[in-house]
Ligand binder design. Structure first.
Ligand code: UD2
Length: 305
């Protein structure tokens, strides 16, 4: 089987690539290296790398040749970046997905997994988030992810191309880049503590998130590629539990054996207060639930960093 992983040099895509290689598959990576890193790609004869952009249809068609299954992880992942540049978001995050879907249709690909996001839910207060509830995307990023999800469903219904949209919640793990202020909070805290810097908590720290470990996200993708009932669905990928940012920092400090003294700053504009998923659809359609989980994931992350 030949797999195409877009964004395969990035955080989640590189972990999916590792998993596919471990199973003996061949992997083609399409990545423009805007945020992805060459060192994330294993040195293996079973990996082919195409440097290129999902926004370019001809490039996508070249990358799609002979491919059986696609994991579409490439995106402009920074919400603030898309707020500053909505056209770039539309080109990569929406049109990039349509390019993938159309090229996959032309190449008779068996299934496409699309990396969607909990961002589509916006700031509506109702919890836990269920896939069928009212949503309110609030940024170019979330609008383009939602539009992509609709395109995935449309390609399934209209053309029979099997697609699965996975709505990732707060994913964490090795290779998540801590360098931007909008990087995942776990990568930022971990990096700050490693360098003896005081962590910052925005707001009162009582906001909560549903943190899911990257290895569990990879397994959700592997299940989605094979589960018959998943085609045409949008499915939350999370743990179903919540943790406050205050408790997150305490847990990290306990594991690292370092004391902490957070610096509290005003809450971020647009910050969502609480986020937690209902993961019953993942259980039902993917026969998936997180196996590593939050604390074991944190320990694994710190062992590797
Ligand atoms: C996540 C996604 C984002 C989008 C959004 C939709 C990540 C990295 N980001 O943003 O792409 O899908 O959900 O709602 O998964 N915080 C601190 N100190 C720090 C950094 C963050 O207190 O140094 C707080 C931050 O204000 C927020 C929480 O930690 O309340 C989580 O922040 P985040 O940037 O990791 O993720 P989030 O949920 O804002």
């Amino acid at each position: 089987m030949l797999y195409l992983v877009t964004g395969g040099a990035g955080f989640i895509g590189s972990h999916i690539t590792d998993r596919l290689l471990a199973d003996g598959h061949s992997v083609r990576i399409l990545d423009n290296f805007s945020t992805g890193k060459r060192e994330n790609i294993p040195d293996s004869a079973a990996v082919e790398v195409i440097e290129g952009d999902v926004g370019d249809y001809d490039t996508v068609c070249t990358a799609m040749k002979q491919v059986d299954i696609v994991f579409h992880e490439a995106a402009i992942a920074s919400v603030p970046e898309t707020v500053g540049n909505p056209l770039a978001s539309e080109r990569v995050n929406y049109r990039g997905t349509v390019n993938i879907l159309e090229a996959a249709r032309q190449a008779d690909v068996k299934r496409v997994m699309f990396a969607c996001s909990a961002a589509v839910y916006g700031d509506l207060p109702e919890l836990p988030k269920r896939e069928d509830m009212h949503i309110k995307p609030l940024s170019p990023y979330s609008v383009d992810k939602l539009a992509s999800e609709h395109a995935c469903q449309m390609y399934f219904l209209l053309y029979g191309l099997e697609t699965v949209s996975l709505r990732y919640f707060n994913v964490f793990g090795p290779r998540q880049d801590p360098s931007s202020p909008y990087s995942g909070v776990i990568s930022i805290f971990s990096d700050q503590l490693s360098h003896g810097k005081q962590p910052t908590i925005y707001g009162d720290g009582e906001q909560t998130r549903d943190f899911v470990y990257v290895a569990d996200v990879v397994e959700a993708n592997i299940s989605a590629a094979a589960a018959p009932a998943a085609a045409g669905k949008a499915i939350n990928i999370a743990t179903g539990s919540k943790l406050s940012i205050n408790d997150l920092l305490k847990t990290i400090c306990n594991i690292k054996g370092q004391p902490f003294e957070p610096n509290y700053k005003p809450g971020r504009q647009g910050d969502i207060k609480h986020s937690r998923a209902d993961i019953s659809a993942a259980r039902e359609y993917l026969d998936w639930q997180p196996v590593v989980g939050f604390e074991a994931g944190l320990r694994e992350l710190f062992e590797q960093s």
